[in-house]
Design a protein. Structure first.
Length: 140
């Protein structure tokens, strides 16, 4: 599958999940904070579809997933939170371990050590408001 088609499929999935969330999105914005960042591997942008996941260091709501998909054309990822089947922009305040996984169409693009919170060595603190994560520089 070529990169352009993959992006359109990802965009379609995101749009299909977010349609109809209007009022709930506004409510969630009161407790979620924008999170964006850049990932590079040896100085080059990570491949499209790279999956970024935030895992709460303490507690956290087991009913929510906090993740983002890297889009190299935009040279960033944006974190979203899915809770009870609803999709919201941002993440709750707190300390998180970060995992990064290869896109399905490039299974060896990201070294496996970045896919586990115990071995990634990556963390972020999400604070109230917008959070620009410093560039995440991955080594092979």
């Amino acid at each position: 599958m070529n990169g352009r088609l993959y992006r359109w499929i990802c965009l379609g999935l995101v749009l299909s999940v977010t349609v109809g969330c209007g009022g709930a999105e506004e409510e969630a914005e009161n407790v979620l904070n924008g999170v964006r960042g850049v990932i590079t591997i040896n100085g080059k942008p990570a491949p499209d579809g790279t999956i970024v996941t935030l895992i709460p260091k303490e507690g956290g709501d087991s009913g929510q997933q906090i993740f983002g998909t890297y889009i190299s054309d935009e040279n960033n990822f944006a974190i979203r939170t899915v809770k009870d089947g609803e999709n919201f922009s941002g993440a709750p305040e707190g300390e998180y371990a970060i995992t990064i996984q290869s896109p399905k169409n490039k299974p060896t693009a990201i070294p496996a050590k970045y896919g586990k919170p115990e071995t990634s060595g990556l963390t972020v603190e999400v604070k109230k408001g917008f959070n620009a994560v410093p560039e995440i520089k991955l080594a092979p």
